[in-house]
Unconditional design. Sequence first.
Length: 64
Amino acid sequence: MEESTPLPKIGAPATQALTQAGYPSLDSLDGVSERRLAALHGVGPKALRIIAAELAERGGRLAE
């Protein structure tokens, strides 16, 4: 994946939660545990589905 691919459109609460947790880009989420992301306030199932789909399109994935 290219470095610094922006986060997908997942809503302001999820975007803010990811950025504050140290995940400023889609690339920074490659290999991160889905459980870890789901524990962040504002990151719900819909955001996780979108992130997983965007990562898959670029050859990445979330860890289980």
